[in-house]
Design a binder for this molecule. Structure first.
Ligand code: PEP
Ligand code: MN
Length: 338
């Protein structure tokens, strides 16, 4: 439930209400807008007689929040959140492009890709060092060595960096080398990992699970935020349907649906969702047109010889052409292009 205070409510009135809630063993989440302050209540509401709250000074109204996620809920936090990642940020007003190889394969490969994607407008370098592959016989990633290359690429280019984590050990290593961690689709409901990510202190990119509903996805985000880490970005990366012409089905309608439900930034991954480099440009443009805050795109120096996800990777020429084509879409949507 949330308590909406009257415009111009005094600090004293706000403190009285929050104190009353906390006395009953519940947590308070304060959201201060330009006009009004909203007090969100998290915890077991049976401990509190809520009807009394309406008679407190400067309380305007009490609104029940029926969704099980609270801290990720737009009702708790009406203004959009901007998440800082290294020396850039993801949120309203700009389009963030994360680009790079599916897997970090070598230092030279990563540095070459980092320079090219930066030139074309990316501000965050992606690169997998721990690869949760469908087959146990596929390349599994360079692990900590790959993370060190990510740090070197950051130092060489100034790009911020993101890397997927698959275990507590991977999180502990990632905090030493990268700016943001990614929870992959296959781990979206790995609740232990979500809690660890919440305690990592790094911003988290939470990919949608292959079969997850939007409600389950937002509850997964809630796990991270409930650990005290509000810096969560959601990434739509396609869901499994009966269609086999694409690797997954990109659910672009999730973007406007999420806008209504949550204040968290939303980005779209046209690479993993389509599985083919041919479909990446049109879906990237469509993602900007439906107001996504950013894109995650796989780029490789030599897609034909990539150790992972070559068929969906753009080469440098195609990536540069795409970012050029995205500019008018950004203008249309009122977003600056880096
Ligand atoms: C990835 O981004 O490298 C990845 C494995 O993506 P997903 O979890 O969306 O499949
Ligand atoms: Mn990949």
């Amino acid at each position: 439930m949330i308590i909406v205070m009257k415009p111009q409510a005094s600090e004293q009135s706000i403190r009285t209400v929050t104190g009353y809630i906390e006395e009953h063993g519940l947590q308070v989440h304060l959201s201060r807008g330009e006009e009004v302050t909203i007090i969100g209540i998290v915890g077991d509401k049976t401990k509190l007689s809520t009807e009394n709250l309406i008679i407190f000074k400067d309380v305007d109204r009490i609104v029940p929040v029926t969704e099980s996620y609270k801290l990720a809920n737009k009702k708790f936090h009406p203004n959009p959140t901007t998440v800082k990642v290294g020396n850039t940020s993801i949120g309203p007003g700009s389009l963030t492009i994360m680009a790079g190889p599916c897997a970090v394969e070598s230092k030279e490969q990563l540095l070459t890709i980092a320079r090219e994607v930066r030139k074309a407008g990316a501000t965050i370098l992606r690169g997998g060092a721990y690869k949760p592959r469908t087959s146990p016989y596929s390349f599994q990633g360079l692990e900590e060595e790959g993370l060190k290359y990510m740090q070197e690429a950051k130092e060489a280019t100034g790009l911020s960096t993101i890397c997927e984590v698959v275990s507590l050990e991977a999180i502990e290593a990632a905090v030493k080398y990268v700016d943001m961690i990614q929870i992959g689709a296959r781990n979206m409901q790995n609740f232990i990992l979500l809690k660890e990510a919440g305690q990592s202190g790094l911003p988290v990119l939470l990919k949608r699970g292959l079969c997850a509903t939007i409600d389950e996805w937002l509850n997964a985000a809630e796990y991270i935020i409930a650990e005290g880490n509000p810096n969560v970005v959601l990434c739509e990366r396609g869901i499994r349907t009966f269609e086999t012409a694409t690797r997954n089905t990109l659910d672009l309608s999730a973007v406007p649906v999420l806008r209504r439900m949550t204040h968290l930034p939303i980005i779209v991954d046209p690479s993993h969702s389509t599985g083919s480099y041919r479909y990446v440009p049109p879906m990237a443009k469509a993602a900007v047109a439906c107001d996504a805050d950013g894109l995650m795109i796989e780029v490789h120096n030599d897609p034909a010889h990539a150790l992972s996800d070559g068929p969906q990777s753009l080469n440098f020429t195609k990536f540069a052409a795409l970012t050029e084509e995205l500019k008018p879409f950004c203008d249309l949507m009122g977003r600056s292009f880096p």
